[in-house]
Design a binder for this molecule. Structure first.
Ligand code: SF4
Ligand code: ZN
Length: 322
């Protein structure tokens, strides 16, 4: 298989695009395509300040690399969850995120949950859920809150995440199985800041397959953490990904068309309904100021208040490491 652009040996064949490319042209194509998606979905402009959520994995570090090469004004945020799982998951992923930032002279905000709130994410989960579940729901709640907080306090215009097409298709599949129209309405490449205290969110990699992201990271020489979070095992999203991968094997391009036709259907109003318009029901949490639909304090503040000795006042600049 030869590169369509220069005729040398291709390293990547994208069957869904009927496109094979050599290393240099592949790396160039990924950067150009990302730029195209940023503009197509009106994600952000070169004048805006961008905060990239990085986990130390291939997707988020590749995203940061692409935005840096495209000369966007983009800093990173790493949230240390305090997850070990026998592989030092949090400390290893933090090291790699920091190394990536240092090598390129980029600014990384590090938020350490244990330092801030006195307990790690698994410990907070033990306390609030009596250790019966995996910490994923508490973890998601805390990550969303901290990313929003730093984006708001530090004046970023937009928060970007490294979700790829496989992630988005799996979430979409799950939401369709339960016809969760509220979630379906809010899923997409960009989510506007529809309430004061919320940052706009964008997913510039949402049209790239996971294998394309892995190829980008490897060909670019980015060091990333190979291990998944130990709590990811058995997650529904992994099961949905397997099903979608089986379909993709038989019908190349099916994941992409599943996602793109969903976006078209959503934009034509298929899921719109007044009861789904949650934004109208939101008010500012009296403690942290972030939007919530819960009466009184938001779920995050109520969760954190259960940790003995937790402060209940707004956080200051010194709570965010540079
Ligand atoms: Fe958090 Fe790990 Fe669960 Fe992901 S898999 S939500 S990182 S605990
Ligand atoms: Zn709150």
């Amino acid at each position: 298989m030869k590169c369509r652009k220069c005729g040398v040996k291709a390293v990547m064949n994208m069957r869904q695009h009927k496109l094979a490319l050599c290393k240099d042209h592949y790396l160039e194509w990924m950067v150009a395509q990302t730029q195209r998606f940023i503009e197509k979905y009106h994600m952000f402009t070169p004048q805006e300040r961008i905060l990239a959520a990085v986990s130390g994995g291939k997707d988020s570090l590749s995203l940061w690399d692409i935005l840096w090469r495209s000369e966007y004004n983009c800093d990173g945020i790493y949230i240390s969850l305090g997850i070990d799982g026998g592989v030092n998951y949090s400390s290893e992923s933090q090291k790699l995120a920091q190394k990536f930032a240092d090598e390129r002279g980029l600014k990384l905000h590090v938020v350490n949950i244990k330092n801030l709130y006195g307990e790690t994410v698994p410990e907070i989960n033990q306390r609030t859920r009596r250790g019966q579940d995996k910490p994923c729901s508490v973890c998601g709640l805390i990550k969303r809150h901290e990313m929003n907080r730093v984006a708001r306090d530090e004046g970023y215009d937009v928060l970007v995440t490294g979700h790829n097409l496989d992630d988005e298709a799996a979430v979409l599949f799950g939401n369709i199985l339960t016809w969760s129209t509220g979630y379906l309405l809010r899923q997409g490449p960009v989510l506007g800041a529809d309430h004061p205290g919320l940052a706009r969110k964008a997913k510039p990699l949402c049209r790239f397959y996971e294998r394309e992201m892995a190829a980008y990271a490897i060909l670019r020489g980015i060091e990333y953490i190979y291990d998944e979070c130990p709590f990811a095992e058995g997650a529904k999203s992994i099961y949905y990904k397997k099903i979608l991968n089986n379909m993709e094997g038989d019908r190349p391009g099916v994941k992409l068309s599943f996602y793109l036709s969903f976006l078209q259907a959503r934009d034509s109003g298929l899921f719109a309904s007044p009861v789904d318009d949650e934004a109208k029901l939101l008010h500012a949490c009296p403690t942290c100021g972030q939007p919530t639909s819960a009466p009184g304090d938001c779920t995050f503040c109520r969760t954190i208040a259960r940790i003995p000795g937790t402060r209940n006042e707004p956080l200051s600049d010194s709570d965010v490491g540079g």
